[in-house]
Design a protein around this ligand. Structure first.
Ligand code: B12
Ligand code: SF4
Length: 512
């Protein structure tokens, strides 16, 4: 079959700071190709819609699939599916990905018959089976994870091993557009999948049933050896949970003499526990590390069930500084914040040398706070669920909340992308320009055109075609949260000491 895999446009954040390859969709495309299908890809984050319509009208695929990792992309996916079906009525349309898995029925309903199927969970095992069923006129609902308007198939299944799946990176035409900060251009890679913690605002653990699986160090090193980009973004939710695995990958890379610059995301307590792993990675080229701190007070950390106290987070920042690795931290702004709170945050952020990113508390399907948040949603417009908009009632009038939020982001932006910062990075910018890479330089003046209170208010005023389903009022069965059902301890490739360490840092009730 001819399969076209489409990734929707980038959201606010990716219009300024970074744009990365859609690794999950590439893995799905790779699995379909390995099963003998003819596969093409379009990434609307970096390609014009014209390219999509050319493929639809000239190549005329038998099937089109969409990567639905982000809730805010759902309206675009639904509208595009409707437009494709109008041009190619016989084309089989399906959606998969992180967020699509949590709102499968709703997508089918909004699609009004144009979306034939939603695949819940990991795509690599399911997509070859689905395409075979479509080609042979078989039963779609025999495919694990498949949901159609006639019902739901068996529960989604994990791919047998992360060592046997490889992303079809070669199918993306504009690879030089992927970058993060000064890692320009930048590819992405996965070392491990899943997260063993259970933070209330996050859906990474509910998607994978609190499992944690790893790829073999040799397989990872082999994949890295084939990556052309000098920068590499490690997509793991929490990098190097397991020290032995992190060191073994470092050793396999060293043996092959591979030199890259790396970016990763981790937790403060993991950094403190596995300092020698991060030291080894610094020596290998780890440049930037993102730590999800979420709050700068202990009360805030408790609310997010981030079982790490402020002292430990501060120690983690110190440790990262002592290693000479640049750190970016994330804080979550709550809609209840008043002017004084924003001012405190601004002052704190200016006192520390780290890059600070601010997102907004957003309950969404797959997270615990989607069910437990007592405040009523002020909107169910999918497009506003991008953690940059307020979807809960704000204490400040909404325009003032956005003015304060953007002012805070602006202070941070000026700190890191202002003239002084440019002077510091002038050498890097010069080297990038020599290689024809302008992505990083462009971030410097894009901020104000994207992060703007008036634009954010205008986003709330748009007519709403597609609304999220209403959250269920209570969370009687915690297992209902999961896409892949938890397999408990045996679902996690962690040694006993690491399992105990994880348990001490999470709430420890129910679940897997
Ligand atoms: C890496 C990452 C990013 C990267 C890269 C994203 C990209 N270009 O794809 C960056 C840093 C850019 C990013 C940005 C954001 N992210 Co992000 N990100 C992740 C993270 C940690 C891993 C994603 C990943 O690559 N995983 C590895 C690959 C292999 O897995 P995968 O993509 O999920 O794909 C598998 C399945 O989902 C499925 N699948 C995927 N596509 C398809 C398609 C079909 C047809 C099928 C059948 C199956 C299928 O099969 C794949 C293989 O098994 C996830 C958390 C998570 N664990 O999912 C958050 C996550 C997806 N991000 C999230 C958010 C909120 C954001 C931002 C909005 C944050 C912001 N500050 O603005 C932005 C928006 C970016 C945008 N696209 O415009 C939320 C999503 C929330 C939501 N419900 O919408 C998540 C779930 C994190 C969380 N803590 O809750 N993100
Ligand atoms: S540690 Fe918490 S926030 Fe980070 S990925 Fe895991 S569950 Fe999500």
């Amino acid at each position: 079959m001819k399969l076209l895999a489409v990734h929707p446009s980038g959201l606010m954040y990716t219009r300024v700071f970074l744009t990365l390859e859609p690794l999950g969709l590439e893995l799905v495309a790779g699995a379909a190709r390995a099963a003998g299908h003819d596969v093409r890809m379009v990434d609307l984050q970096v390609e014009k819609p014209r390219r999509l319509w050319q493929e639809i009208d000239q190549w005329r695929p038998d099937a089109v699939c969409f990567g639905g990792n982000y809730l805010a992309n759902m309206p675009e996916i639904i509208d595009t599916a409707k437009a494709i079906k109008a041009r190619l009525p016989a084309c089989f349309l399906f959606v998969g990905g992180h967020s699509a898995s949590f709102v499968a029925d709703d997508l089918l309903m909004h699609g009004g018959g144009t979306i034939d199927c939603v695949v819940k969970g990991e795509g690599e095992a399911a997509v070859p089976l689905l395409l075979r069923a479509v080609a042979d006129g078989g039963d779609l609902l025999s495919v694990p994870g498949a949901v159609s308007r006639s019902g739901e198939g068996p529960p989604p299944r994990f791919v047998e091993s992360l060592d046997t799946i490889r992303p079809a990176r070669d199918l993306l035409a504009r690879r030089r557009r992927y970058f993060i900060g000064t890692l320009d251009p930048c590819a992405s890679i996965e070392f491990a999948r899943g997260c063993p913690w259970d933070c209330t605002f996050c859906s990474a653990w509910t998607f994978y049933g609190r499992s944690y699986r790893v790829a073999s160090p040799e397989v990872i090193a082999e994949e890295l050896a084939h990556i052309r980009e000098p920068g590499v973004f490690i997509v793991d939710d929490v990098a190097f949970v397991h020290a032995k695995h992190g060191l073994a990958i470092a050793e396999a890379i060293r043996r092959r003499g591979i030199r890259k610059q790396y970016y990763l995301e981790t937790r403060g307590d993991v950094l403190l526990r596995n300092l020698e792993v991060f030291r080894a990675w610094r020596d290998l080229g780890l440049k930037i590390m993102f730590i999800g701190m979420e709050a700068i007070d202990d009360e805030g950390l408790r609310r997010f069930r981030k079982r790490i106290d402020l002292d430990h987070n501060m120690q983690a920042l110190e440790a990262a500084r002592s290693l000479g690795i640049n750190v970016a931290i994330n804080l979550i702004a709550d809609p209840s914040w008043d002017r004084e709170r924003f001012e405190t945050i601004r002052r704190w952020c200016l006192e520390i040398p780290e890059v600070v990113n601010i997102s907004v508390t957003t309950p969404y399907p797959g997270t615990e706070i989607w069910h437990t948040e007592q405040r009523k949603l002020t909107t169910r417009d999918y497009r506003l669920f991008d953690i940059q908009h307020a979807v809960l009632p704000t204490t400040l009038p909404l325009p003032v909340f956005y003015a304060e939020l953007v002012k805070t982001q602006q202070v941070l932006n000026t700190k890191h992308l202002g003239l002084a910062a440019i002077r510091q990075t002038a050498g890097i910018i010069g080297r990038l320009l020599l290689r024809g890479q302008t992505n990083f330089l462009r971030t410097v003046w894009k901020f104000n055109s994207v992060f703007n209170p008036a634009l954010q208010m205008a986003d709330h005023a748009r007519p709403v075609a597609y609304e999220l389903p209403l959250p269920q009022a209570s969370l009687a069965d915690r297992r209902a949260l999961y896409v892949h059902k938890p397999a408990g301890r045996r679902g996690r490739a962690l040694d006993d000491a690491t399992e105990r360490f994880v348990d001490a840092g999470r709430v420890g009730v129910g679940g897997g």
